[in-house]
Design a protein around this ligand. Structure first.
Ligand code: ZN
Length: 386
C-alpha cells in the first residue's frame, strides 16, 4: 500500500485505484480454469477440443414437422421470380411448412413485385408479406409519413410490420443525430396505425444479452463473439445496454395496448423464461417467436415445456435464416424426448440439446393456430389436414 491510500486518498490517486479495481474483474474471470489441476500435457485450444459423445440412447430424427407450420420469421430470398418461389415451396413441402411469412424487409415497389410474382406463380396460399418501415432519419413529421406508407403497403397486401431489425435501438439515429429510442413519441402514430389496421408488429430488439457483457472467459458466447466482431455491443460509448433496450421496448409496448406485438427470438429472454412470462402476464397483446434460440430451449426441456404449456397461446414458430437443413433440429427439440443431441451451430452453444416432448395441442398452437389467429387473412388451405 502506498502512503496516499492509507490516509484519505487525493482525487488524483483515485484514477489508478479505480483502474486497478476494474481490471481484475476480467482477469480473475479469465483465470478461473486454475480451479482444475494443471494437465501434464498441453491442453487443446477451444477450437481443437471436440469430444465425441459415447452415450447410446434412442434417437428420433424428425425431417418433417408433425403438423403444418406457419414460419412467421421467414427469411427466404426475395420472392420476385418463379424459380426462386418454386425452390422455396419445394423445401417448405419437404419440411411441412404450410405458410411462410416473408419477413425480409420490403415496402412499396419491392413488396409489390413479390406479391405479384407469388400470385403469378399460383402460390398466394403459401406466402404472406410483412411490410418494412423506413426508420432512418426520424424527425418531426416522420411518424405520419411512415404510417401513410404502411397504410399503402397494407392496401397492397401486406399483413404485418416487420421484421423490424435490431438496428432499431442499436444503430438508427434521428435527424438531430441522437440515437432513436424504441419508445420515441414520433413513432406512436405508426404503432397506433398498426393497431387500427389489426396487423401485428414483428420486432427484433437487441441481441443475446451475452453480446452486451464483457468478453471474458465466463461469457457463454465467447467463441461467437471472438469470431464475429460486429456482434460485440459491450462498448457503452457506442451502444445502449441490453437493459436499456428492454426498458424502451417494454415502454413502447405499454403505450400501445391495442397493437399486437410479436417479439422476435422470444425477446432474447429464453435464458430467463420467467421474465418473458411476466411480460406475457402484463401485456396480453404480446406474443413471441422461437427463431434462433433453440440452444436455450433445448438445454432446459422440462422448464421450457412447462412454459410452452402455460403460454401455449402466445408462442409462434419462426426460424429466421432460411437454411432448410436446420429446421429438423427444431422439430426434434419440440416433438421428441431425445436426449443429449447436437445443435446445428457449435459457436452458439457448447452444450447438447434435449427434446421438450410437447403435447400435440401445444405443437398445433405454436406451429399454426396462433399465427392464424393474429395475422389477418392468413391463408389456411395449406394448413388443412391438421
Ligand atoms: Zn429476422
Amino acid at each position: 500500500m502506498t502512503p496516499s491510500t492509507r490516509g484519505r486518498p487525493l482525487l488524483s490517486d483515485l484514477g489508478p485505484i479505480l483502474l486497478f479495481l476494474a481490471v481484475p474483474v476480467a482477469c480473475e474471470a479469465q483465470r478461473r480454469p486454475s480451479q482444475f489441476r494443471q494437465p501434464t500435457i498441453p491442453p487443446p485450444t477451444i477450437l481443437e477440443y471436440q469430444p465425441q459423445s459415447t452415450l447410446v440412447v434412442p434417437e428420433h430424427e424428425v425431417p418433417r414437422a408433425r403438423f403444418p407450420v406457419v414460419d412467421v420469421h421467414g427469411h427466404p430470398p426475395t420472392l420476385d421470380d418463379r424459380e426462386t418461389i418454386e425452390r422455396v415451396v419445394h423445401e417448405m413441402d419437404r419440411l411441412n411448412i404450410g405458410v411462410m411469412v416473408q419477413a425480409r424487409p420490403s415496402s412499396g415497389a419491392e413488396l409489390q413485385s413479390q406479391l405479384d410474382a407469388v400470385r403469378a406463380a399460383g402460390y398466394e396460399d403459401r406466402f404472406v408479406f410483412f411490410a418494412s418501415l423506413d426508420l432512418s432519419d426520424v424527425g418531426p413529421g416522420s411518424g405520419a409519413r411512415i404510417a401513410a406508407q404502411l397504410e399503402a403497403d397494407v392496401r397492397a397486401g401486406a399483413v404485418g410490420i416487420g421484421e423490424i431489425s435490431k438496428a432499431f435501438g442499436l444503430y438508427h439515429t434521428k435527424r438531430d443525430g441522437s440515437r432513436l429510442p424504441l419508445d420515441d413519441p414520433e413513432l406512436d402514430v405508426v404503432w397506433e396505425t398498426a393497431g387500427r389496421l389489426g396487423i401485428p408488429v414483428f420486432v427484433h430488439t437487441a441481441d443475446p444479452p451475452e453480446f452486451f457483457q464483457p468478453l471474458d472467459y465466463t461469457n457463454e458466447r465467447w467463441l461467437e463473439l471472438a469470431l464475429f466482431e460486429r456482434r460485440r455491443y459491450m462498448d457503452r460509448e457506442r451502444f445502449p445496454s441490453f437493459e436499456q433496450l428492454m426498458v424502451e421496448r417494454d415502454r413502447m409496448i405499454a403505450k400501445h395496448p391495442g397493437t399486437t406485438w410479436i417479439l422476435a427470438h422470444m425477446g432474447w429472454h429464453t435464458h430467463d423464461l420467467a421474465r418473458l412470462g411476466r411480460i406475457f402476464d402484463e401485456h396480453p397483446n404480446v406474443l413471441a417467436e422461437v427463431g434462433a434460440v433453440l440452444y436455450d430451449l433445448g438445454r432446459q426441456p422440462r422448464f421450457a415445456r412447462d412454459f410452452f404449456e402455460r403460454y401455449s397461446d402466445r408462442i409462434l414458430f419462426g426460424k429466421d435464416s432460411f437454411q432448410p437443413d436446420e429446421y429438423p433440429y427444431y422439430w426434434r427439440v419440440f416433438e421428441t424426448a431425445d436426449e443429449y443431441f447436437d445443435y446445428y451451430r457449435d459457436y452458439h452453444a457448447f452444450w447438447k440439446l434435449y427434446g421438450m416432448d410437447l403435447p400435440d395441442d401445444v405443437l398445433r398452437a405454436m406451429y399454426w393456430e396462433n399465427a392464424a389467429r393474429i395475422i389477418p387473412g392468413l391463408p389456411t388451405s395449406a394448413l388443412s389436414g391438421v
